[in-house]
Design a protein around this ligand. Sequence first.
Ligand SMILES: C[S@@+](CC[C@H](N)C(=O)[O-])C[C@H]1O[C@@H](n2cnc3c(N)ncnc32)[C@H](O)[C@@H]1O
Length: 269
Amino acid sequence: MTVTTEISDPADPRLADYLALTDAGLRSRTDPANGIFIAEGELVVRRAVTAGYALRSMLLLPKLAGSLGPLAGPGVPVYVADAALLRAVTGFHVHRGVLASVVRPAPPDPAGLLATARRLAVLESVNNATNLGAVVRSAAGLGMDGLLLDQQSTDPLFRRAVRVSMGEVFALPWARLGAWPEGLDALAEAGFTVLALTPGPDAEPLDRVDVSGIERVAVLLGAEGPGLSEQALARAHRQVRIPMAAGVDSLNVAAAAAVVFWALGRRTG
Ligand SMILES: C[S@@+](CC[C@H](N)C(=O)[O-])C[C@H]1O[C@@H](n2cnc3c(N)ncnc32)[C@H](O)[C@@H]1O
């Protein structure tokens, strides 16, 4: 049976995991060093539990305790508090009044993906959590096998990235590459053809790129603003552009990712 505890003081130490989540400095407490991340919203929390993640606690609106409290599992505290207290503790409007503090797994090793994947997304310096979450959702939904990130890209388990991915980050295998851009060499060594996505005029138009005979493909995408670095571009086998119209110079990285993931899936089945 779920035992819920009503909290009425925003300074209650039992809510320490949820404190001031919008403050970058405090949020870093959810980095791997401290071993937790925050899942927000019923669907995302359900997906985390289904994927085998262990919850450390839940924080819910009182009306949700009966329906969602049992998700926490035996012995896991379920705290309930009203919307004003949730906002006071976290610093933002909590999506549908559902939060969970989740035990962070050990950082995944890229070796597994390099050994088994056929279609990989690779991100350089994508440090916006909304964009990262959208890339993850598209990658999962459009048939990519996994995601590799450089060290500068945002943590896929940051609350906003997890939420925007709709919890697909729990289903899509991901890992960080080590040194950058040297880490890209591992892709070539594993037999991947690396396609660098760039709006540059010299790149091949996506609609003319035939990947049907290529066994393993990695799609390299860059950050808003600078795009891919020269060093990363130099390590790619080919540069590919999505042709743009009406004088627009580029797409948002997540939009570009969705286009290329779909195109790859369509051509390779
Ligand atoms: C907003 S764009 C960066 C624009 C930057 N000025 C540049 O030249 O790359 C972010 C990323 O999305 C991808 N991207 C955006 N539009 C693209 C396009 N038309 N063709 C290929 N990739 C594109 C690229 O990977 C790029 O690094």
